[in-house]
Structure formats: structure tokens, C-alpha cells
Design a protein. Structure first.
Ligand SMILES: Nc1ncnc2c1ncn2[C@@H]1O[C@H](COP(=O)(O)OP(=O)(O)OP(=O)(O)O)[C@@H](O)[C@H]1O
Ligand SMILES: [Mg+2]
Length: 293
């Protein structure tokens, strides 16, 4: 017998003992059993009535409750439980924002507030992505280490590091293996956002964000382009998608930084005829990261 049946059974016994419908009604409210299951218990209650162990009145009240619960379910009014929403700890999933390379991004609602869910598609609950990373130790030696762990949890912790360093990224709320819950940014990715009123200001802002990410959060984005910048409706740029981010002192990080800045500057150059000196940005970061040596 299932746990629900067992608990309903106990509630029914109590209802009979006290000749009071309340324990059974309470259990129905809490357990939301299937209509068929409810019918079975109603039949059992009626048998008790025939034996004179419970009053007509109690049975009538229970009958009413069972009828209502069954009817509500047939009309689809009982809340359907969505396993993804439940897993992610949100109230409900409202729709799909975008299906990306490795992940789907969904719009959801949590306590009356819109949130974005990034759901890694490959996630099955078991696999762990292994990733080899190289680190430079204090005395310049390069060590290699295999990083284990879930891609979503890793991106979440980088997002948190960036957010706490004051970089404009969506606020990270929560994560579990395979899923990130974060602030929803209404707007469009830069590559297809409507023409900017002040492209110079947006580019300068983005360069400042990239510098802060490197110096304060000690991260290089590694996949920055007009695809991974969201421009809000009031023209404020947010950096997203830290799935490829690397430590600022890892070998090759400065080259990644150069490529990130170049991608942005090229985009602004092509679309808005605005330019910035990429070398200058990279040198400024290098000095602040490694000190003048
Ligand atoms: N916080 C957010 N608020 C609103 N929209 C978002 C948010 N995060 C992502 N999006 C939308 O989802 C799209 C894909 O997101 P993202 O770049 O993080 O995933 P991805 O490219 O699939 O990631 P990956 O590079 O790991 O495969 C974005 O271009 C953007 O349109
Ligand atoms: Mg992306």
C-alpha cells in the first residue's frame, strides 16, 4: 500500500472513531489523492455506516468533499506539478526564452517575480563534466588539474563571483546540478538589439565591466561577443553566459581577454563606426593584475 493510502486509511479510522469528518477532510486537503483512491475510501466509509459505526451526517460531508475534489481535478483546476519547476525551486515555468548551444533558457516565476532558468541540456543527473585546467602556481610553475563537477554549478559560482565584484551580470539566485536560477533581464542580445542611442557609452561601459571582471573577480569571460551581452530596454548592457570563464592568472588568459575585447570593439566598429584601442585595455588589465613588473 502506498504512503498516501496508508495515511488516508488512518485518517478514515479517526473519522469513524470520532464520528467527525474533519480528520479525513484534512488528509484529503494535504495529500491530494487521486479521485479513484478517494472513491475507494468513500466506499469503505459507507460500509462503516451500514454497520452503524459512523453517522449519516459524517458520511454526507465526506461525500461532498470527495465529489468536489474529483470534479476539480477533471476540470483541471488542481495545480499540475511541473517537475522542472519543483526541482529548480520556482513556482512555475512560463515559457522558453531561447534555446542555446548547450542550454535552454526559460522564463519562470518565483514568489511573484520573473526569473530566468538556464537549464543545461545534456544534464541527466548523473554525469559530471570533466575539464582539464592549467594553473600557474606562485613561482610560475604550470600545474594541470582535472576539474570535476556540474557545469551549471560551476557557471553559477563564477556568476556569483562576478556579481559580488560589482560586474553587471544577472543576479544569481540559486542553482542545482544542471540548472541556474538568476535575475531575468528584459531586453535583447546586443547583436540584434535595436540601434543604440549612445553606442560609445555602451562600449565604454562594457569595457569597464570586462576590466572589473578581470581585476576584481579575477575572471576572463572567454566567450564574449555581441551574442553574450544583453541590452536592457533602457540601454544598459549586461554580460551573460560565464560558462567558458577562466581564472585571470591561468595561462592564455590575457589572450582570451584580448579576443573578448576585440570581439566587442569589432562589433561596435562595424555597426556604429566607434573604435577603441584594444591593446590599451589589455595592458591596463595586465598591469593591474600582475602589478608593474
Ligand atoms: N538572465 C537572463 N535574462 C534574460 N534572458 C537571458 C538570460 N540569460 C540568458 N538569456 C537568453 O538566453 C540566451 C542564451 O543564454 P546563454 O548565452 O547563457 O546560453 P548558451 O549560449 O546556450 O550557453 P552556452 O554557451 O553555455 O551554450 C541569451 O542569448 C539570452 O537571449
Ligand atoms: Mg551564449
Amino acid at each position: 500500500m502506498s504512503e498516501i493510502s496508508e495515511r488516508l486509511g488512518r485518517a478514515l479510522l479517526e473519522t469513524v472513531e470520532r464520528d467527525d469528518p474533519e480528520p479525513f477532510i484534512e488528509a484529503v486537503r494535504e495529500l491530494e489523492p487521486d479521485p479513484e483512491e478517494l472513491e475507494r475510501f468513500l466506499e469503505a466509509l459507507k460500509i462503516q455506516r451500514e454497520k452503524g459505526r459512523v453517522s449519516e451526517e459524517t458520511v454526507r460531508v465526506v461525500e461532498e468533499v470527495v465529489e468536489k475534489a474529483g470534479g476539480r481535478r477533471e476540470r483541471g483546476e488542481l495545480p499540475e506539478t511541473d517537475p522542472l519547476a519543483e526541482y529548480a525551486g520556482v513556482d512555475r515555468v512560463l515559457g522558453t526564452i531561447m534555446t542555446g548551444k548547450e542550454a535552454d533558457v526559460l522564463l519562470a516565476e518565483k514568489r511573484g517575480r520573473k526569473v530566468a532558468l538556464k537549464v543545461y541540456r545534456a544534464f541527466t543527473g548523473r554525469e559530471e563534466k570533466r575539464e582539464e585546467r592549467a594553473y600557474r602556481t606562485e613561482d610560475g610553475e604550470v600545474v594541470r588539474r582535472v576539474e570535476r563537477g556540474d557545469a551549471a554549478l560551476r557557471e553559477f559560482s563564477r556568476l556569483k563571483r562576478a556579481y559580488e565584484a560589482g560586474v553587471r551580470v544577472p543576479e544569481p539566485y540559486d542553482a542545482r546540478p544542471g540548472v541556474i536560477v538568476m535575475e531575468y533581464i528584459p531586453g535583447e542580445p546586443l547583436y540584434r538589439a535595436p540601434d543604440l542611442e549612445d553606442p560609445e557609452a555602451v562600449l565604454d561601459d562594457l569595457v569597464r565591466q570586462v576590466e572589473r571582471l578581470a581585476v576584481k573577480a579575477e575572471l576572463v569571460h572567454g566567450d564574449l561577443s555581441a551574442f553574450n551581452v544583453l541590452v536592457s530596454d533602457d540601454e544598459v548592457p549586461y554580460i551573460i553566459d560565464l560558462s567558458e570563464a577562466k581564472g585571470v592568472k591561468e595561462p592564455g588568459a590575457m589572450e582570451l581577454l584580448r579576443r573578448d575585447v576585440e570581439n566587442l570593439v569589432d562589433f561596435f566598429n562595424r555597426k556604429y563606426d566607434v573604435s577603441r584601442d584594444v591593446d590599451e585595455v589589455v595592458e591596463r588589465v595586465r598591469e593591474r593584475v600582475y602589478g608593474d613588473r
